[in-house]
Design a protein around this ligand. Sequence first.
Ligand SMILES: Cc1ncc(COP(=O)(O)O)c(C=O)c1O
Length: 430
Amino acid sequence: MMNPLASNLNKQIQEESSYIYEMLSELGKQLYYPKGILTQTAEAKQKASRFNATIGIATEEGHPMYLPVLQETLSFYDPKELYDYAPPAGKPELRSIWRQKLLLENPSLKDKSIGNPIVTNALTHGLSVIADMFVDRDDPLILPDKYWGNYSMIFGVRQGARIVTYPFFTDEGKMNISDLKQTLLAQREQHKAILLLNFPNNPTGYTPDEADADEIVQTVLEAAEQGMNLIVVSDDAYFGLFYENSLSESLFARLANIHPRVLAIKVDGATKEEYVWGFRVGFLTFAAESPAVLAALEQKALGIIRGTISNASHPSQTFVLHALESPDFQTQKLEKYNILAARARKVKQVLDSGKYDDAWSYYPFNSGYFMCLKLKSVNAEQLRKHLLETYGVGVISLGETDMRVAFSCVEEKDIKELFDLIYQGAKDLT
Ligand SMILES: Cc1ncc(COP(=O)(O)O)c(C=O)c1O
């Protein structure tokens, strides 16, 4: 039997948008945020002026109990900002500053209706919340043939999504939007698809330009007009690291509110953008015309968060909030951006020397942490092992021909030597 709170949320969504209701998975339909301990605690926080004996933490003299061995290393921070639970949706100040950041960095969001970012345990968790809410067995997940491998686990293994890929690039080195369109429309009979857009892309480091972005939006619109319900997820893990003339805002901003059959969702976070990989702070943001739908989707997301991790790390949220509020934040972020941009330029310069052209070509790249070689005559995995054993060089092999190089972790001065060694390795094997 469905919980009455879940039925209410479903009704709320259905009344405003039958399409978004149809997009929910079986699990998504069952989800609700319980009026349990947390609701009562929140009420008590407002009204229990004498004794508040609701909360599931231990306190002392009005602050959370803590061990001095911990606090002495974290003394910059008020214990209240570290030890207590963060709300399941995340620290309100952090959600609000991230929302402002989204609006500032994505001008097309102006006048669009989007929800408040919900804090997740970084992007992987945000993606898994989406999989739980919207993916049933055999639902098609549309991806380019170059994608982050963990999508298979998050969507495929966990929820049974059927992964369908399209060739990412044409032979001329442009994004292959016509194959994307064909692949998407081929799923028409199912009336539902999850389209995952990841720019800057892992593994290739590609972000589309304005013209391509327009074409992607048109493609989504066309599929929606043909009666498909589309959950379009922008995985913006590497957002902001744009080095050339690509689009510099998220496609989420362009896709938000474009059609009642399109549910745009943004997954992003501090992980790569603010260089805090281990902190595990990410965000999940929905776009829908109706505030009631946004509210109901948030409740459902909170339900699955409460039922899995309960809430994300409070200290991590506090650290990220502190950084975002700091007057030095933008300057320091720009410094790191400049380092990565210089490396990306150096990689292009080294590759464009012509010196390696008999061994590989490379896929288009203009953003992010990575670039990807396409080997001409050696097997990628064989070369990877050889490089590791003979030259002490570590790279990632992907399939038969592709080799991912993370210039995010190679100093600019070492880039030429790195590619010289990869080239030497390839020569050894031919
Ligand atoms: C495209 C993409 N999305 C998501 C993630 C996961 O990010 P997080 O560490 O925030 O879970 C990664 C990390 O490698 C990634 O490359």
